[in-house]
Design a protein around this ligand. Structure first.
Ligand code: DHB
Ligand code: FE
Length: 320
C-alpha cells in the first residue's frame, strides 16, 4: 500500500529561483533564506520519498485567463519548466508518475472532487522553487513528482475547507494504491505577501506564526478563514496559503512537527516552511532529528510536563 509519510510547506518566491540560477545564494540576503532549508534537505534525503505530490499554483504560465481550472492534476510522464519571461529555468524536467496520478484522479473524481487532468503541462516557479529548496540543484530530481495546480490567481479560488477535504480525498486515493510507495506531499505558496496595489509589500509575521502554529495543532481552525480574512491579514497573495491546507488534510489529525523555519523578507514575501510527519503505527520514523536539543526550562517537572517538554525539543524552530 502507498502511504503519505509527511507534509512539507514552503513559500515559492520566484526571486529565490533567480538567486539559484544566477549563483547568488552565498550573498548575505539569500544565505539567510537558504540556510533555513539545510536541515530540510537532510531530512528529505533521509526520508527518501518514492513520489512527491506537489501542490502549487500556476502563475499564468501553463494556464491564462482563457482557461482557469480550480484543481489541475498532472497526469503526464513529464513536465518541463515553463518560460516565465526569462526563458525556462535551468532546472531538470519534472518526471511525473502517470500510474499513481491516474489512480488519484479516478479515486478523487469518484469522491466528487472535479479535477482537470493535464496530460501536457509546463510547471513554473510555484513548483520548481520548492523542489530546489528541498532537493538543492541536482541534475535530475531524485523522485517523480505529481503536480497539482490550484487556482488562487483568478477569483474565486477554492475555500480552505474544500482544499482540506481534497487533501483527505488524496490521502484515501494514495492509500488505495497497491504498490508500496512512500509519498511526501508539498503545499507551497505564502506566507504573507502582497505584490501590487496600495498595500504592496505587506508582511504580517504575527499572523504567519499563528498560521504555522495552527497548521500543526488545529488546522480545522484555518479552514474557517474566509478569503477576505486571509487577504486582509496576509495580503492579496497570502490567499495562496489555502494550498497548504491540501497538504494538511492529507495528514493525520495529530502530527509531529519536526522542523520549522521563518524569515522575512525574500523579495516581497515572508518565507515560511514546516515539515510535519505522520505518526507511523508500528513503523520506523524517518525523522531527521535536530543535531542538538536544549531544554528551555529548568527544575523538576511532572510527567506530563516532561512529555510536553520532550515534544517541544523535537521541534527545531529557526526564526530570524
Ligand atoms: C513573489 C512571490 C510569489 O509567491 C509570487 O508568485 C511572485 C512574486 C515575490 O515576493 O516577489
Ligand atoms: Fe506565488
Amino acid at each position: 500500500m502507498a502511504r503519505i509519510i509527511a507534509g512539507v510547506t514552503s513559500s515559492h518566491v520566484p526571486a529565490i529561483g533567480a538567486a539559484i540560477d544566477n549563483h547568488r545564494t552565498n550573498e548575505p540576503y539569500w544565505q539567510r533564506v537558504f540556510e533555513g532549508f539545510e536541515r530540510s534537505k537532510e531530512w528529505i534525503a533521509k526520508a527518501k520519498p518514492d513520489v512527491v505530490i506537489g501542490v502549487y499554483n500556476d502563475h499564468a504560465s501553463a494556464f491564462s485567463v482563457e482557461v482557469i481550472p480550480t484543481f489541475a492534476l498532472g497526469t503526464a510522464a513529464e513536465f518541463p519548466p515553463a518560460d516565465e519571461g526569462w526563458g525556462p529555468r535551468p532546472v531538470p524536467v519534472v518526471q511525473g508518475h502517470p500510474e499513481l496520478a491516474s489512480h488519484i484522479a479516478q479515486s478523487v473524481i469518484l469522491d466528487e472532487f472535479d479535477l482537470t487532468l493535464c496530460n501536457k503541462m509546463e510547471v513554473d516557479h510555484g513548483l520548481t522553487v520548492p523542489l530546489n529548496l528541498m532537493f538543492g540543484t541536482p541534475k535530475e530530481w531524485p523522485c517523480p513528482v505529481i503536480p497539482l495546480a490550484v487556482n488562487v490567481v483568478q477569483y474565486p479560488p477554492p475555500t480552505g475547507h474544500r482544499c482540506f477535504m481534497l487533501g483527505k480525498a488524496i490521502r484515501k486515493a494514495v492509500e488505495s494504491y497497491p504498490e508500496d510507495l512512500k509519498v511526501v506531499i508539498f503545499g507551497t505558496g505564502g506566507m504573507s505577501h502582497q505584490i501590487s496595489g496600495q498595500r504592496a509589500g505587506l508582511i504580517n509575521s504575527k499572523f504567519d506564526h499563528a498560521f504555522l502554529d495552527n497548521l500543526t495543532k488545529d488546522p480545522k481552525k484555518l479552514t474557517k478563514l474566509s478569503h477576505l480574512e486571509l487577504m486582509r491579514e496576509a495580503g492579496a497573495e497570502g490567499v495562496e496559503m489555502v494550498m497548504w491546507l491540501i497538504m494538511r488534510g492529507a495528514l493525520d489529525d495529530k502530527v509531529d512537527e519536526v522542523y520549522r523555519f521563518y524569515t522575512v523578507p525574500a523579495s516581497n514575501t515572508a518565507v515560511g516552511h514546516i515539515i510535519l510527519e505522520n505518526k507511523i503505527k508500528g513503523g520506523k520514523k524517518t525523522s531527521a532529528k535536530p543535531a542538538s536539543t536544549k531544554s528551555a526550562s529548568r527544575g523538576k517537572k511532572s510527567a506530563p510536563k516532561m512529555k510536553r517538554a520532550a515534544a517541544r525539543q523535537k521541534i527545531e524552530r529557526v526564526r530570524s
